[in-house]
Design a protein around this ligand. Structure first.
Ligand code: TZP
Ligand code: MG
Length: 213
């Protein structure tokens, strides 16, 4: 597997139903410097998800940037995505690995230290700490935010890349990177910005200054 840059993961905003704005924001995030994309759709039908995934793949390829699919291994396989991001109650990691093979990326969400210690997290390519801060973007199935203290604790026991998600913006990015995060995963600080490309670029510049990129 080629080395993956987890620094700036744009996670697509499933509240954006209009395809034009959806893909415009995706492309803006890439122009601004997103290093990896996660397509996350929670409400649409399978065919809409598949069509969006196909187009996301085309756009990501143009920017030479890997594309992950949230939850749906079938969609990831159907479009030959670069990998998946799964949660604790999604397809078990070991099964996902068999289905996708060793050349694909599998990220796993963890919400506490105990989950990060589990063999599935240790075997995953990266973990997503979810949520790191409080957020309005995801309202269901959300654990208590881990905060910087939780990140520090998990960093001590987890050797592979850690990507934080939840409530991240330009004001708290530096702190996360200074405490062991390898990357940040962002929805609204890019998707809801007046200028998503500039917002992405600003985040990328902060990441560059913290020496990750
Ligand atoms: N998983 C944990 S928090 C979250 C997800 C998908 C939403 C993050 O959105 P935002 O707008 O970056 O806080
Ligand atoms: Mg999930």
């Amino acid at each position: 597997m080629p080395k993956v840059d987890y620094a700036l993961m744009y996670v697509t905003d499933d509240s954006i139903k209009d395809d034009n704005s959806f893909f415009h924001i995706l492309e803006a995030s890439l122009k601004g410097g997103a290093t990896i994309i996660q397509l996350r759709e929670k409400t649409c039908d399978t065919q809409t998800f598949y069509q969006r995934a196909l187009r996301c793949k085309e756009i990501c390829e143009k920017y030479n940037t890997p594309l992950l699919i949230n939850d749906r291994l079938d969609i990831a396989l159907a479009i030959d995505a670069d990998g998946v991001h799964i949660g604790q109650t999604d397809m078990p990691y070991a099964v996902a690995r068999i289905l996708l093979g060793n050349s694909k990326i599998i990220g796993l969400s963890v919400s506490n230290k105990e989950q990060a210690e589990q063999p599935n997290a240790q075997a995953a390519d990266y973990i997503g700490i979810s949520p790191i801060f409080s957020t309005n973007t995801k309202t269901t199935d959300l654990a208590k935010p881990l905060g910087i203290a939780g990140l520090k604790e998990i960093r001590q026991l987890y050797a592979k890349p850690i990507v934080c998600i939840g409530g991240i913006n330009k004001n708290n990015t530096r702190d996360l990177m200074g405490h062991g995060a390898d990357g940040i995963a962002i929805v609204s600080a890019i998707s809801k910005a007046d200028n998503p490309e500039e917002a992405s670029r600003e985040l990328k510049n902060i990441l560059c200054k913290t020496g990750t990129n």
